[in-house]
Design a protein around this ligand. Sequence first.
Ligand code: HSE
Length: 412
Amino acid sequence: MINLGVLGNGTVGSGVVELIEKNVEYIKKRTGKEIFLSKILVKNPEKHFESDHKNIITNDINEFYDEKINMIVEVMGGLHPAYEYIKDFLNMKKHVVTANKDVVAKYGEELSSIAEKNGVSFRFEASVAGGIPIIKPLQECLAGNNISDIRAILNGTTNFILSKMFNENLEYNEALKEAQRLGFAEANPEADVMGYDAARKLAILSSISYYEKVDWESILTEGITEIDEVDIQIAKKLNCKIKLLAVSSKETEGVYAAVRPSFVSKHGYIGKVNDEFNGILVEGDAVGEVFFLGKGAGKLPTASAVLGDILNVLENNNQRSMFVSTAPRPIITKWKKKAQWIIRLHGQSKDKLRALVREYFKEVCEVHCELPEVYAAVVHAENEEYIDAIIDKLKNFKEVEKVKAFIRFDGI
Ligand code: HSE
């Protein structure tokens, strides 16, 4: 008999409970074990007095330390106290399944090694890309590869917002409200829109894929709050879309890792990922490119990954740590290869802006923009330091009021 304690009853927690109850018989048939929902931790039990689960709902964490509870599902989110609870439960030899990317990105290595020492499992498939199986494929099915690159959309909320802005001309704030209503966004959506959520997920994937320690806080992170309809129009003219792209690659001197709004072809794998869907393109030396697509946020897609982990634990308890215990790898935040960049300049004289861009860049392909104060072009640069240096120079001209630049990734 498996006695389960569920910490949290928000969007994901209620999805997990629903899915377990729907699959009790199937779980028994598949694993030979009966699963029993013992306790659900909530903040305010009084809000749940009409719930079917009111008898097992509590706000007292001490009830979960009961030795009869042998597996914990942590879906409360946030770093603290989730981290402390998980650590305690692993030390008490309870298996833990979590969807908490904040905890996994920061303490994944420590918690995995505590689990290993105690002979229990610590699983976190739902912490990256919601319902898409990605942690297990990277750790197991693709283990025969040297993985060199990850290019991904890892945040459902921002992909939903950018899709609505692109497809339905929705305002940024309207689209964000809709994402919150649908339960995709974090309690504080700053983590979504500023790119921190995607950076945490990129760190988890990169650590597992490259078997190197990647610190999420060192990743270059830019959010989508400054994207406006002019950027969207420019993207449309180039047959592109703007995506909050999470990119990492294994380099000899460290790991390149960045999360930022980027232009991608609207016909490529990544360009076709819409709404709350996530997409992850992984490159391995043996397998070549593998693309994973699915719902990256939401109640049941995330619960699907949690239940998959629960079944995995029931069927196979012993699991070695997915993380390497070494010093973090240096993070490279500047793109070192040749690339196209879209630059957008604001000023009183479009002719002057055009002349300046043509003076500083050899290859310029202008993008027609109706607004008299905006000049946009695609330019080529050997690397990011080069483009940064030119932008700094352009900003010094009194005729240039504002400059924006986006990297463009083709072939994804
Ligand atoms: N807020 C997250 C997202 C939820 O939008 O992707 C899933 O991690």
